[in-house]
Design a protein. Structure first.
Length: 151
């Protein structure tokens, strides 16, 4: 049996290894930005995404929010239940489908999402600032990878 030979000489030349390292460092930055708000990253992503979706129309269902964020609907349900217990959102039965839940941010939830979003955007600006003028290209590359992953 032969040992596989990678296309790179050192791990630092592997896109996958670098993505792993960058993701871990960025997640640490997100945890630090969200700590004072007592939010996990997934809680923040759900709140901020709900804020965005609400601003563009009717309250989304849990399923729509989970699909938008790209997480398992069961996980979304568990996290959203905890956010509802904190009074940050309400989950109402969809009149068109009694199995579905419609989501609405409370006044407190909307305010928390907005202030946390400001802190996350600041942390993102600091973290990705090293890219300088290459940031737009980086975002386009991430968008291409995201589109590929959603196929």
């Amino acid at each position: 049996m032969t040992t596989p030979r990678p296309d790179w000489v050192a791990p630092e030349q592997s896109a996958g290894f670098l993505l792993w390292r960058v993701t871990l460092a960025w997640q640490r930055a997100m945890r630090a930005a969200l700590a004072r708000h007592e939010l996990t990253h997934v809680q923040f992503v759900l709140l901020a995404s709900l804020l965005w979706l609400e601003s563009r129309g009717d309250p989304p269902s849990q399923q729509r929010l989970a699909d938008f964020v790209g997480i398992d609907p069961m996980m979304a349900s568990q996290v959203l239940r905890k956010l509802a217990d904190r009074g940050l959102l309400v989950r109402e039965v969809d009149p068109a489908d009694s199995r579905a839940r419609l989501l609405k941010l409370t006044t407190v939830g909307r305010a928390l999402a907005a202030v946390a979003l400001t802190d996350v955007e600041k942390a993102d600006a600091e973290y990705f600032g090293v890219l300088g003028g290459d940031r737009a290209d980086f975002v386009r590359s991430l968008s291409a990878l995201s589109s590929f992953a959603q196929r």
